[in-house]
Design a protein around this ligand. Structure first.
Ligand SMILES: O=P(O)(O)OC[C@H]1O[C@@H](O)[C@H](O)[C@@H](O)[C@@H]1O
Length: 215
């Protein structure tokens, strides 16, 4: 039985990761922080901004300290990505199918409120999510399971009866540790790199059937 589907946002609802990475690389170059594209995908993809800055500066930071830095990076990101916002292929149809089957739907993203509004309103899909949980609502970000456990709790469903849809290694770990089954969307990593998920798919086309057949 599938009770809920818990969506990651960046790299899943939208294929926006290259724009995030370009923004991080430009931001880091300005600040003299060493960062490569490879390191980002391996270590940082899916982490919230606070954890990312703590990783860069190798020390704990307060939300107040992180806020202006995060805003600076997100302004660059939003300028880069704004003209290209669109749902990942097959998403609109997939949402229709799961909602009409009575499955509850949540968004569980490490992103801050500004980026959630920018993305979800930008593609006009806010009313498709019963619950939206953002990075600021949890004390421990992905790869910790807290965000997916909270999303399932808010939907009133058992995490063991939920599918998480993720693209990042940190996010997959988070969903698996929450006890959910995971679909690995191959926007950020290859099928082979996501072989530890139940299903790997490039997008949402035909995905509902694959999930149903898996149960
Ligand atoms: O994949 P999610 O949970 O939607 O994560 C969003 C985060 O993904 C990271 O890859 C970005 O560096 C962050 O800036 C962003 O907030």
């Amino acid at each position: 039985m599938i009770e809920g589907i818990l969506f990651d946002m960046d790299g899943v609802v939208v294929d926006n990761l290259p724009y995030h990475v370009d923004a991080w690389l430009l931001f880091c170059e300005k600040k003299g922080i060493p960062l490569t594209r490879e390191t980002f995908y391996k270590e940082l993809n899916g982490m919230n901004s606070k954890d990312t800055f703590e990783w860069f500066f190798k020390r704990q930071m307060t939300r107040e300290e992180v806020h202006p830095l995060e805003e600076e990076k997100e302004e660059i990101y939003r300028e880069f990505y704004a003209p290209f916002r669109k749902p990942l292929e097959g998403l609109v149809e997939f949402l229709k199918e799961i909602r009409s089957s009575g499955i509850k739907v949540a968004l569980a993203t490490s992103a801050g409120q500004g980026n959630i509004d920018f993305t979800i309103d930008g593609i006009g899909l806010r009313d498709q999510f019963d619950v939206i949980v953002g990075g600021a609502e949890v004390t421990k970000g992905k790869p910790d399971p807290e965000i997916y456990l909270l999303a399932a709790q808010k939907l009133g469903v058992n995490p063991a009866n939920c599918w998480v849809i993720e693209d990042s290694l940190q996010g997959i770990k988070s969903g698996q540790s929450a006890g959910c089954k995971v679909v690995g969307i191959t926007t950020s990593h290859t099928k082979e790199e996501l072989a530890h998920t139940q299903i790997q798919a490039p997008n949402f086309v035909g995905l509902f059937e694959k999930i149903q057949n898996h149960n």
